[in-house]
Each structure stands twice: as structure tokens, then as C-alpha cells.
Design a protein around this ligand. Structure first.
Ligand SMILES: Cc1ncc(COP(=O)(O)O)c(C=O)c1O
Length: 461
């Protein structure tokens, strides 16, 4: 065995203890780490012929790379929609590497059953009925991709062909109706051969990002007899607006379409008694996307995809090889997603759900929503800020008073970043350049809102 490998094996306990010290040191100081850092100029070094061993690699990482990492797992990283990692989920993530299971096959390990249990617990968390079955994927983009792939196959089924076998030309055009689709929908359509141009934006309700259901019905009426997907949005990324899922689902009795719901983070409204009505109707969807590395606060990368049509999902993703076996009643995951071999992605979510249950995760959601509301009120009351939308759930969408040009907003984002206290991201909302502060980290508390607000004010000058 290569000498450094065998030395590391002999010293594994010592070396992992050193790594643990680094990890706990990082975690306990996460509040003091700048929320975001200016990336230092990258000085990449060539491949070493002889490595430095585990300890040498750790020392090099500590000196060359760790100082330049952001505090994105910390309490005041409010950019994008960024979750942290609960203590138990970190334990689960570490053990994922230790056991290094490949949950593709169910005849050599209990790992796939752990994943099935986790998916089913998530189904219960989001209030979906047992008609929905789920799978783990790497993120909401892949979850949207899988949902739309099953939709594509459903159109083939209606026409007596298998798109999985014959290819897309056998099917013809697919139309995708949506009010405020996330950019990942376009990306998924590009990957699926359906094409980005398949999206037809439907009119929104006045002053909202939610779709006008009457306009949607008119579009469905005009497309009768064609292949139609409705992508309903449960939590838009800017203003966390929700389409009326119940009203959209009711249209299914009159029009034939596949209903896909992108609830990447909005599905977590189900955990808040005051907001659960926003996702009433989610269960009626044919496919549902929910991210887990956002509001479940598990480490990257993790998301879940639910569907009522597992049979079609198998048709799309079946990996036919004698050594992999045929998908039976309880298909192996290898037949359900784009991936083949992969990590036991469920373990970190399993740990967090087992450790904190529904109540623990509901507390995180409730607190984040409260804190977003508080920051929204603070900003609304300050003459140099202006809210662009009401704070409906966990994202504050606002802008600078006066003329909010792109240059002003981008300069301001960097000024906020450079103060080190918090990170927010720029956006365009209804044609206006603005800013987003998204609350989805379990560590964020009242005092973080005060610090964030003070820093936002200080960065104005
Ligand atoms: C509504 C929505 N859908 C999809 C995504 C894509 O998520 P991911 O980056 O995990 O692929 C996001 C990310 O913010 C989102 O907010």
C-alpha cells in the first residue's frame, strides 16, 4: 500500500480527532466568520506527485482555503435561499461518508430502506397523501427535472407511445403554462429536449407573482387536446407568492394537463399553522418538488421529488442491465432518477427528522417567518428603503429609496457584504432592481435581525 495511505490508516483516530477539532472550532465560531467574503485571488497549485498525507492536506486546507470560505452556514447569510445544517444532520452527513453506501440496490444493505423511510417521513411532513411516492435527488433543479420528465412520459401514455423508447419526436410539442416559473424550470426543459421556449407565461394577479387562474383556464381552453403541463408555484423566489393550488387542481376536472408544483422552499409553509393554507391543494399535484438543503437545514446536496405516477417514472429512468435487476413492486432507486451510483443522501435528513421531529422543524420555520416579518417592518419604517412586496413568508424583498438602478443596487450588495455582518442577494422584481433577504437558517435569532438591520443602514453611506 502507498506509504502515506497506510500511515493514515494507522493514525485514523488521531487524524479524525484533528478534523473534529477543526470542525467544532469552525462551528462554534460560525457567528464570528464574515457572512460572505471577497474571494481572494485564486492561486491554484498543480497536482502533487507525492501527497502530504491526511494531516498535511488538512494543514494546507486550513491555511490556503478555509479562511476564504463564507459563513453561509451561519445565522446572517440571507442571500438566495440558504439553509444551514442542524447538528444531527451534520452527524448524519459524516456517517454517510463513513458507511459510504451506494443505495442503488436492495439486496445487499438496509440503506435503501432507510432512504424509503426518510422519504415517507418527508411526505408526512408536507402533508401529502400516501398516493405520493418520493425519491431523493441533489436539489430542486433535479427535482423539477424529474417531475417534468414524468410529465413528458404521461403525454406519451395518452397517445399510446413511450417517449422513453421512441424519443420526443414521436410526441410533438409540449406546452408549459406557468405564472412565475423559477429559472430551473427553463433549465430542466432544455435538458429534457422540450425546450425553453415551451414556456408560456400566464398573466399574474394584479401586483402579485401568483398566476391569474382565470387566465390560466383560458390558456388551457385554447390548448385543449395538446400536451400541457401546468407548473404551479408554491413560493416564488422573490416575493414568496403562492399560486392558488386548490383552484388550479379544480381545473383538472375540466381540462387534461399534468400539474407540477415547484414548492422548493414554499412547501415548508405546511409546517406553520398560520400559513399551511398556502399549500392546501399540494396533494392534488401529479409531481412535487421540494428542496431540503434550503429549509430542512441539511447539508448540500439534498432535495426530494414526489409523484403519483411512479409507474411512468420507472419507464423514464429504468436502467436496464441484467446485473441491476428489473424494477419490481419496490423498485431500486437506480430506476427512479437520473443518477445511478450515488451517496446515501437520505441519511442527514433522516438524522434531523429523527432528532427534532415535526415540532423541531416547525419551530425553525415559524421563527424564520417571524424574523423575516420583523426585518420587513424595520425596512418599511426607514425612509431610505422601500418594500417591493409584502413579506408573505420568509423572504424580504425590498429596494433602495430613490432611483434603484442596477449599478446602485449591485454596489450596495457589495457594500453590505464588505461589512461582514450579513449577505443579501440582488434581484429584479416586477422590472425594478431590488434586494432579497431570505430567512431559512436554524441559527438565526432576534438579535441577528437587529444586527442585520443596523448593517443594512450603515452600508447606505
Ligand atoms: C422556487 C425554486 N425552485 C427551484 C430552485 C432551484 O434550487 P436548487 O438550487 O436546489 O437546484 C430554487 C432555488 O432557489 C427555488 O427557489
Amino acid at each position: 500500500m502507498y506509504e502515506k495511505l497506510s500511515q493514515d490508516l494507522q493514525n485514523i483516530e488521531l487524524l479524525l480527532t484533528r478534523t473534529l477539532r477543526h470542525a467544532t472550532g469552525t462551528l462554534t465560531a460560525i457567528d464570528r466568520r464574515p457572512a460572505a467574503v471577497v474571494p481572494p485571488p485564486a492561486a491554484t497549485l498543480p497536482l502533487p506527485e507525492h501527497g502530504a498525507g491526511f494531516e498535511g492536506a488538512l494543514s494546507e486546507f486550513e491555511s490556503r482555503w478555509a479562511p476564504g470560505f463564507s459563513g453561509s452556514a451561519g445565522p446572517r447569510y440571507l442571500g438566495f435561499v440558504t439553509g444551514g445544517a442542524t447538528p444531527a444532520s451534520i452527524g448524519g452527513d459524516w456517517l454517510t461518508s463513513i458507511y459510504d453506501q451506494n443505495p442503488t440496490s436492495g439486496i445487499d444493505s438496509a440503506a435503501p430502506d432507510l432512504e424509503r423511510e426518510t422519504v415517507d417521513r418527508l411526505r408526512q411532513l408536507f402533508g401529502l397523501s400516501a398516493a405520493h411516492q418520493g425519491v431523493f435527488v441533489s436539489g430542486a433543479t433535479m427535482s423539477n427535472f424529474v417531475g417534468l420528465a414524468i410529465a413528458r412520459e404521461s403525454f406519451g401514455e395518452q397517445r399510446g407511445i413511450s417517449v422513453a423508447e421512441e424519443g420526443l419526436p414521436a410526441l410533438g410539442a409540449i406546452h408549459v403554462l406557468s405564472g412565475s416559473p423559477h429559472s430551473s424550470i427553463y433549465k430542466a426543459l432544455s435538458m429534457l429536449g422540450i425546450g425553453r421556449k415551451a414556456v408560456r407565461k400566464v398573466a399574474l394577479l394584479e401586483g402579485r407573482e401568483a398566476v391569474d387562474v382565470a387566465a390560466l383556464e383560458a390558456a388551457l381552453d385554447a390548448l385543449q387536446g395538446q400536451n400541457v403541463v401546468v407548473v404551479a408555484n408554491a413560493g416564488t423566489v422573490n416575493s414568496v407568492d403562492f399560486d392558488d393550488l386548490q383552484a388550479i387542481a379544480a381545473l383538472k376536472s375540466r381540462y387534461a394537463f399534468w400539474l407540477h408544483v415547484d414548492g422548493a422552499f414554499g412547501a415548508f409553509a405546511a409546517l406553520s399553522p398560520e400559513h399551511a393554507h398556502l399549500v392546501a391543494g399540494l396533494d392534488a399535484a401529479d409531481s412535487v418538488c421540494v428542496d431540503l438543503h434550503k429549509w430542512l437545514n441539511v447539508p448540500y446536496d439534498s432535495a426530494v421529488q414526489f409523484t403519483r405516477r411512479r409507474d411512468l417514472q420507472i419507464r423514464v429512468f429504468q436502467n436496464a442491465a441484467a446485473y441491476l435487476g428489473l424494477p419490481g413492486e419496490n423498485p431500486d432507486f437506480v430506476h427512479l432518477t437520473p443518477e445511478n451510483s450515488r451517496r446515501l443522501r437520505a441519511l442527514s435528513a433522516w438524522f434531523s427528522l429523527a432528532a427534532y421531529g415535526r415540532a423541531g422543524h416547525a419551530e425553525i420555520v415559524g421563527r424564520n417567518v417571524r424574523l423575516a416579518g420583523r426585518l420587513g417592518e424595520r425596512l418599511a419604517g426607514h425612509p431610505r428603503f422601500r418594500l417591493l412586496a409584502p413579506t408573505r413568508l420568509n423572504v424580504v424583498c425590498f429596494t433602495l429609496a430613490g432611483e434603484a438602478t442596477e449599478a446602485r443596487v449591485q454596489t450596495y450588495v457589495l457594500a453590505v457584504r464588505d461589512r461582514g455582518e450579513l449577505f443579501i442577494s440582488p434581484t429584479v422584481y416586477a422590472g425594478t432592481w431590488g434586494l432579497r433577504a431570505a430567512f431559512s437558517n436554524w441559527r438565526t435569532h432576534e438579535e441577528d435581525v437587529e444586527r442585520a438591520f443596523a448593517s443594512l443602514v450603515a452600508a447606505l453611506d
